[in-house]
Design a protein around this ligand. Structure first.
Ligand code: RFL
Ligand code: PHB
Length: 416
């Protein structure tokens, strides 16, 4: 192959949360990597996506020394609310989980903090990397080629990590006879808006209404983020702000919408909802992490948080390999990550099922949905199950023992 050729230890495809967190975690272990990102920084930073960070993600940010702004500007939440057909009740995360919280801090802010830190930490990011392709992933000498500024470039590395999201090239580089994919596409989307108005409440509100799901979230005390369930092919021209606010008011119900402040929206888009898992998350010298390997519907706020735990597991496994030359950690990566992924998939699927209106929902099924939510309202056991999943299952055993923290989690907490 001709063109500019460089060498590194780990080649990372994709410069979203998974790719950047991984690059910085590897730097902390003294491992060199290069991140190849198809778009520019402004594009990646500008995508309005996640809002809720689990404690594990917060701890990783802090342990990397990039948590300063998050600690100052992020909003710790001790609970959230559920509204169903006008009734409102609270899930007290902190009490039910023995002290855990979540933090509301937008993905755009996370990306800004990670991009700012990268040059100081010596993490090289190549933006506008086009036509990325993977070579020789089933050998000991894999490489990545791409084009940039009219040049053909090549990166030789020991390992490649696909952090290139659902539409990336890495996953499909795994031969189809090895790859198992599990998928459900939901028959609706989420119409999301941002508005420079104070949030409807102190905490996030999930609303299940006969007209469909709605979610009241925020980015700060002066900026609100709202979603309403809509058709996948919804025409945004038919949703002027006034109609969105009216619909939110109806779906959130009289209690939750009491303090709804209307204002012009400055971002409006429709996101599809999907449950998706690919197995295994490793093939030869290629590993997958984050949305490249799995997608959850955003109802449980798990996507970015799963990307964080994947790359934490993988950085530990790669550090173990470079320190000892033992392949044990990298051999166990896929199973370790998938154990946590499947539990978050289950939770996100379940929370979506009980809160959304499905096109073929019968009156009986709607009553069953309401009965389930009413059961949660009245049962501490059910609330505890919901709360421990929402704050994030522990890292150690892939979420098998909710009351125990892994050595990694303990270290992260001690360091922060
Ligand atoms: P990303 O963020 O998709 O980043 C992948 C990057 O790879 C680049 N890329 C390529 N680069 C080089 N060559 C190629 N061929 C490439 N193909 C793609 C892309 O340009 C991009 O920069 O995946 P990553 O890093 O795994 O991160 C995943 C998260 O972004 C995602 O899971 C979350 O946004 C999901 N999510 C939420 N997660 C949470 O943890 N909490 C939440 O509250 C939450 N809310 C949400 C969400 C996602 C949403 N949408 C829009 C899907 C709310 C919404 C509405
Ligand atoms: C958000 O603030 O964007 C958000 C909050 C909770 C979710 C999903 C998204 O479950």
């Amino acid at each position: 192959m001709q063109g500019v050729s460089v060498k590194t230890q780990v080649g990372i495809i994709g410069g979203g949360p998974a790719g950047l967190l991984l690059g910085l975690l590897l730097r902390q272990h003294g491992i060199e990597s290069v991140v190849l990102e198809r778009r520019d920084r402004a594009y990646v930073e500008g995508r309005v996506r996640a809002g809720v960070l689990e404690q594990t993600t917060v701890d990783i940010m802090r342990s990397l020394g990039v948590g300063g702004r998050m600690d100052r500007e992020g909003l710790p939440h001790d609970g959230f609310c559920i509204s169903f057909d006008g009734e409102l009740f609270r899930i007290d995360l902190k009490r039910l989980t023995g002290g855990s919280q979540v933090t509301v801090y937008g993905q755009s802010e996370v990306m800004k903090d990670l991009f700012d830190a990268a040059p100081q930490r010596g993490l090289q990011i190549e933006f506008n990397a086009e036509n990325v392709s993977l070579h020789d992933i089933d050998t000991g000498t894999p490489s990545i080629s791409w084009s940039q500024d009219g040049d053909l470039r090549q990166l030789s590395c020991d390992f490649i990590v696909g952090c290139d999201g659902f539409h990336g090239v890495s996953r499909t580089s795994i031969p189809s006879d090895v790859r198992r994919e599990y998928e459900k596409v939901y028959p609706f989307g989420w119409l999301g808006i941002l508005a420079e108005v104070p949030p409807a409440g102190e905490e996030v509100i999930y609303a299940s209404h006969q007209r469909g799901f709605a979610l009241a979230s925020m980015r700060s005390r002066t900026r609100s983020r709202y979603y309403i369930q809509c058709a996948i092919d919804e025409n945004l021209d038919e949703w002027p702000d006034r109609r969105i606010w009216d619909e939110l008011e109806t779906r959130l119900g009289p209690h939750a919408a009491r303090n709804l402040t209307r204002g012009p929206s400055f971002e409006k888009s429709v996101a599809p909802l999907r449950s998706f898992v690919t197995e295994p998350m490793r093939y030869g010298r290629l590993f997958l992490a984050g949305d490249a390997a799995h997608i959850v519907p955003p109802t449980g706020a798990k996507g970015l948080n799963l990307a964080s735990s994947d790359v934490l597991f993988l950085s530990e496994a790669l550090a173990h390999f470079y320190n000892t030359r033992s392949p044990t950690g990298i051999d166990e990566y896929s199973a370790r990550a998938l154990a946590r992924v499947w539990k978050a998939e289950r939770f996100s699927w379940w929370f979506t099922n009980i809160t959304h209106r499905f096109p073929d929902t019968t009156a009986l099924e709607r009553r069953l949905q309401l009965a389930e939510i009413d059961y949660i309202r009245g049962s501490t056991a059910a609330q505890t199950t919901l709360a421990e999943n929402y704050v994030g299952l522990p890292l150690g055993s892939g979420g098998a023992a909710p009351t125990h923290h892994s050595a990694t989690a303990m270290r992260l907490m001690e360091e922060s």
